[in-house]
Design a protein around this ligand. Structure first.
Ligand code: FE2
Ligand code: FE2
Length: 471
């Protein structure tokens, strides 16, 4: 048996420049997004050129193909897919951003945001993308919204399951019972035929780093779904949506192991491309990152450019806090998808913490925190190691670790770890001092726990993996 090589990307979120790329309204939108907007065309072109020349058998895209389902974004993106298809097989699944599920498409001009943007209806997706999935499939399951899950054989030994998990019948992500049964049937069939089933869907089945960040990215039926998949024999599922690069392992109550590969957004840092190779006895996973892309005739370092763009979401938060503008701070959090209403009383200590730290170096912040009688002390030698860094710079490094699954790892005994853990203990100390308990304390305590996962990357590598099996 030979080997089959699939490369997965996700959340290409193509944005058409015709929707506006300048003005105050666009700048606010762009600065509130970790991924790029106006550069998506160039980034996707460079990635597709790289993938065209790579040795993979197929390129697979795990949903959120377009910015927000705008028809013009779909049309431009599909042209790119057809070009890629000249050299590679291409398989896509769509997701909620591809039919604008919030019915709030936007274009930007000057200070104004307009919603008069034609979108692709979910009923039109099946026809529109049929050359990138269902046309090659030997089986398909049409969902009530219109798009179809499909099963396609690739190479000598893989069956790819492209799954549409838009709705579970109760207005949340997931699958209706009949759909879930169909998927499990395809998994079992692939194994029976001596093929390795590899599934891709858009939403997560395992909340990672902390449920605070990613529980909302999962289907509410996630345990039922992942148990069904694992027990049917699926070993690997590729997801997108969170825009974070991550690998997680799950063991079903029946003792069946499954790995979830969350592929980060191609148009945001770190622009991952995850290659899954299946041979006679193992699946190997390897992650590469887009090295460069051409913009305005210049070849740019993609990692530097995307990292600089990604940290804008942090710098604008610090800037709002430094201006003591709690409303702007709230708007920036909201634009990041953080529901400040739900935060309740946790909002104030968070804002106060940001305001205090916004203009400080680590030396100043360390001295300040270590003077708070009720705060946990940060070792002085750890503060000294990062004394000239601003708190904002440290926050930006942490943010990049969240996005890239800790390509740079910080062990618990490192100075960086001790400084960050010390800073993250402050909101908990403030809550305790102000006698704020319940939800806010729970949130900040969970954040403290999550920081270990963020800095160390957790127990598994988030970019490489080997799964051994017998078909
Ligand atoms: Fe997305
Ligand atoms: Fe999504």
């Amino acid at each position: 048996m030979g080997k089959t090589v699939l490369t997965f990307i996700a959340d290409t979120h193509h944005y058409s420049k015709t929707l506006g790329i300048s003005g105050k309204a666009f700048a606010f939108r762009s600065d509130s997004d970790q991924k790029c907007l106006k550069e998506t065309g160039e980034i996707i072109d460079s990635a597709f050129e790289f993938l065209s020349k790579s040795d993979c058998d197929a390129v697979c895209i795990a949903g959120d193909l377009t910015n927000d389902g705008e028809r013009v974004c779909h049309e431009e993106f599909r042209e790119k897919l057809y070009k890629l298809k000249e050299n590679k097989k291409v398989y896509t699944v769509t997701a909620t951003h591809d039919w604008c599920c919030d019915q709030n498409p936007r274009r930007f001009s000057g200070e104004n945001v307009y919603t008069d943007v034609p979108t692709l209806n979910h009923n039109d997706i099946y026809e529109f993308y049929k050359d990138f999935g269902v046309n090659d499939a030997f089986a398909e399951y049409r969902t009530t919204l219109g798009p179809a899950s499909y099963a396609v054989n690739i190479g000598e030994n893989v069956t790819l399951l492209g799954l549409i998990d838009d709705k579970n019948g109760r207005n949340s992500a997931g699958y209706k019972k009949e759909h879930l049964n169909w998927i499990c049937e395809q998994i079992r069939l692939a194994i029976k035929n001596g093929r390795v089933p590899v599934a891709m869907e858009h939403h997560l089945l395992i909340p990672h780093i902390t449920p605070l960040f990613t529980k909302g990215c999962c289907s509410p039926d996630r345990e039922k779904i992942i148990n069904a998949f694992a027990d049917a024999g699926l070993k690997i599922i590729i997801v997108g949506h969170s825009h974070l690069q991550r690998i997680d392992r799950y063991l079903s109550p029946n003792g069946n192991e499954i790995y979830e590969i969350n592929v980060g957004s191609l148009v945001g840092y770190p622009a991952p491309m995850v290659t899954v190779t299946a041979d006679e006895n193992k699946i190997s996973v390897k992650t590469e990152y887009l090295k460069s892309f051409a913009l305005d005739g210049e070849e740019l370092d993609a990692q530097k450019y995307l990292a600089n763009h990604s940290v804008r979401v942090i710098s604008v938060l610090f800037s709002a806090a430094a201006q003591n503008d709690s409303e702007l701070f709230r708007q920036r959090l909201e634009a990041l998808g953080i529901n400040t209403e739900k935060m309740g009383k946790a909002f104030l200590p968070l804002f106060v913490t940001f305001r205090q730290l916004s203009k400080m170096t680590v030396a100043q912040a360390g001295a300040y925190i270590n003077k708070i009688p009720f705060a946990k002390k940060i070792p002085q030698n750890s503060i000294d190691a990062y004394s000239s860094f601003t708190v904002q710079q440290i926050a930006e490094k942490v943010w990049l670790n969240i996005l890239d699954g800790a390509r740079e790892k910080y062990a618990p005994d490192s100075d960086f770890y001790k400084v960050v853990a010390g800073v993250f203990s402050v909101p908990v100390c403030i809550c305790n001092k102000m006698k704020i308990s319940g939800k806010p304390l729970e949130i900040f305590s969970e954040l403290q726990r999550a920081i270990d996962e963020i800095l160390t990357g957790g127990s598994l590598s988030n970019e490489a993996l080997k799964i051994f099996y017998k078909i």
